[in-house]
Design a protein around this ligand. Structure first.
Ligand SMILES: [Zn+2]
Ligand SMILES: [Zn+2]
Length: 424
């Protein structure tokens, strides 16, 4: 028997919300999803069969991962699944109903690294399902996405193991670590996507009302996040400043020059330094400084242009101040264009649902999204894809402490996607 067997979508979503797990820590989420999907008759790939381990970006330390796994165990994650995951989150569930097309759905599972509101008017707090994990909160709706993924699996897998009206193969991609763009790339590099003829990714909320379905978000900005560490030598700032090699000065030089990367004639670019840290007393020449840098581009090439200039500038700043520099890629996303045929399937599916009041066509994404890697992989292998928006009357903006969704949206998400896949 599976932990979620008797739970509806709302119950599952609230359980996931309560046990929010940030990127690469989704041990409990993955284990419970895998258990339920196997109960429903799906083959579930876990661990290195679900993501390519060495391609994982922005991975927390081994200690942090081990603590997250222990926490999951204590909160009911079934041990047999934790063992199969081998320290790696994410799952791909597959079930074949015949020789027809291979259709896929991608949902993400991770929470944000932030605290959740405890205010009385924040429903998860008022009704007892706010996150029990300090500093981790489902503030983007990925708890609902995971529940929708399970809901779709249930719609296809009825009790006798046949599915009326669908003779193909269904693959469900439960992706870890979307926030920061860390899990899409390593999942896209498995071979699970190679034979997918139609892939649908989805997001709830996005400031649309419940009942609105957007058939194709597209053109997200390509994005790269770079962690930078300057290492110099400490010295007494009064007695022997000449003996120091100043990492803070290198970081400051880098920051001002990063914002000076020339704009590009081919399209939009972005750069931002979100964090600088170098903790010393006033009388110490700083030996260590870290930066968290992000660049974006309207195309993958523009993003690479920004990333290569950012790397050149941090190298130059280090050399100017005679310090060493190391960089590591924290996360990366690419861009995509939705396919007309896929968007039309979704539009027709949504239009046929009573709960849907408005079907909107294509919309620009604005931010960045690492489903882009899965979508690109499918398109490069000859398949089609789209990224669907499911309005959820979110009461506060995404990533805020008060974020919450209208749970009715989950049913609309399940029904829209199931109908679109079946009609393919
Ligand atoms: Zn988000
Ligand atoms: Zn999100």
């Amino acid at each position: 028997m599976s932990w979620y067997a008797d739970e509806g979508l709302v119950g599952i979503r609230r359980d996931l919300h309560r046990h929010a797990e940030a990127g690469w820590k989704e041990f409990r989420t993955t284990a419970l999803v895998a258990e339920e999907l196997e109960r429903l008759g799906y083959d579930v790939a876990l661990g290195p069969d679900a993501v390519v381990p060495e391609k994982r970006l922005g991975l927390p330390s081994d200690d942090v991962l081990a603590a997250a796994e222990d926490r999951a165990r204590e909160a009911g994650a079934p041990e047999a699944y934790l063992e199969r995951m081998d320290g790696i989150t994410g799952a791909v569930a597959t079930r074949s109903f015949g020789d027809g097309p291979v259709v896929g759905v991608r949902v993400d599972m991770d929470a944000l690294e932030r605290d959740e509101s405890r205010a009385d008017d924040h429903r998860p707090a008022a009704e007892g399902f706010a996150s029990v994990n300090p500093g981790e909160m489902h503030a983007c709706g990925h708890d609902a996405h995971t529940a929708i993924g399970i809901g779709i699996a249930r719609e296809f897998a009825d009790a006798d193991g046949t599915d009326e009206g669908f003779d193909g193969t269904l693959k469900l991609f439960f992706q870890p670590s979307e926030e920061g763009g860390r899990g899409g790339l390593p999942m896209s590099e498995t071979d699970h996507l190679d034979d997918v003829d139609l892939l649908v990714a989805l997001h709830v909320g996005l400031d649309e009302e419940t009942g609105t379905v957007v058939t194709a978000y597209e053109h997200p900005l390509s994005n790269a996040k770079l962690d930078v560490e300057f290492s110099g030598a400490p010295a007494h700032a009064g007695g022997a400043p000449n003996e120091g090699r100043n990492a803070l000065q290198a970081a400051s030089t880098a920051i001002t020059n990063l914002y000076g990367i020339p704009r590009h004639g081919d399209g939009v670019t972005r750069v931002n330094v979100g964090m600088v840290e170098s903790s010393n007393a006033q009388n110490v020449i700083s030996e260590r400084a870290t930066l968290r840098v992000e660049v974006r581009g309207g195309t993958a090439d523009l993003n690479e242009y920004m990333l290569s200039h950012a790397r050149r500038i941090v190298d130059g700043a280090a050399s100017m101040h005679d310090v060493d520099v190391g960089t590591s890629l924290y996360g990366k996303t690419t861009t995509f264009e939705a396919d007309d045929e896929a968007a039309t399937l979704v539009a027709e599916a949504a239009a046929g649902l009573d709960a849907v009041t408005e079907v909107r066509p294509r919309k620009e994404f604005g931010g960045s999204e690492d489903a882009s890697y899965l979508i690109r992989r499918v398109q490069e292998s000859g398949g089609i894809a789209t990224y669907v928006g499911i309005g959820a009357s979110n009461v506060a903006g995404h990533h805020t402490a008060e974020f919450d969704i209208d749970e009715e949206s989950m049913r609309i998400g399940v029904d829209t996607v199931v109908e679109a896949l079946r009609s393919f």
